[in-house]
Write a protein that binds this ligand. Structure first.
Ligand SMILES: C[S@@+](CC[C@H](N)C(=O)[O-])C[C@H]1O[C@@H](n2cnc3c(N)ncnc32)[C@H](O)[C@@H]1O
Length: 207
């Protein structure tokens, strides 16, 4: 791992255990991803969204009308969600303003009416409770309380990692199940696709 990847792994491990320490890392991590944004698309591996795509295909129930891609980076997972669910309005949110600028610049014309990007912090989301039927994370640190708050009853959470445990930002399925289960999520499903892994969970309720 590069020093930047090691730092991302360290932050993930610390913050998943102690979310209140996130404030120590927010600025440095944002700076790191701001610097990476112009070349982010060129340093990712081919097929990095394989597990996310497979998990989207495994979603059960009515298609989401409102979807959120947290830590969207340059937006590819948001575009994949929008293509999979042609009726969905998709929001991509990222801490890094430079990533958000890249995602906006790349947005295909046909998706522009229903995919939007904004800068923000997943630890304190600027959305009301129960705002989304699908909340997705690709290679992103989960902030479990906020995930649970903004997921609508009957909605789903999708957490994916492009290289499974080798991904710099990675949380084990056991930990994801424990944290999400504690917040009422059920119907867990684990999906492997190539090197990638994903976990789906559902918030009980209408839908
Ligand atoms: C490893 S990149 C993944 C980008 C994209 N999802 C992908 O798979 O290519 C992690 C992204 O999460 C963003 N991020 C990290 N912490 C965040 C937070 N608390 N809130 C919002 N975005 C965050 C970073 O700025 C970065 O763009």
């Amino acid at each position: 791992m590069t020093p930047a990847q090691r730092f991302a792994r360290l932050v993930t491990d610390v913050v998943v255990r102690s979310p209140r320490l996130w404030g120590l890392f927010r600025g440095p991590l944002r700076g790191q991803f701001d610097r990476l944004a112009p070349r982010w698309d060129s340093i990712r591996s081919a097929g990095h969204l394989g597990a996310l795509e497979a998990a989207l295909g495994a979603l059960r129930g009515p298609p989401p009308r409102r979807a959120l891609d947290l830590g969207t980076g340059t937006g590819d997972a948001a575009f994949a969600i929008a293509r999979r669910f042609p009726e969905a309005e998709v929001t991509g949110l990222d801490l890094s303003g430079s990533m958000v600028a890249e995602a906006r610049r790349k947005t295909p014309d046909d998706l522009a009416p229903r995919v939007r990007f904004e800068a923000g912090d997943a630890a304190r989301l600027p959305f009301p409770d129960a705002s989304f039927e699908l909340v997705a994370l690709s290679n992103m640190i989960p902030f479990f309380d906020e995930l649970a708050r903004v997921t609508a009853p009957g909605g789903s959470i999708l957490v994916s990692f492009s290289h499974g445990p080798e991904t710099p930002i990675y949380v084990s399925p056991d930990r994801l199940r424990r944290e999400l289960g504690r917040r009422g999520f059920t119907d867990f499903a684990e999906i492997d696709a190539g090197q990638g892994t994903a976990l789906l969970a559902r918030r009980p309720g209408a839908g």
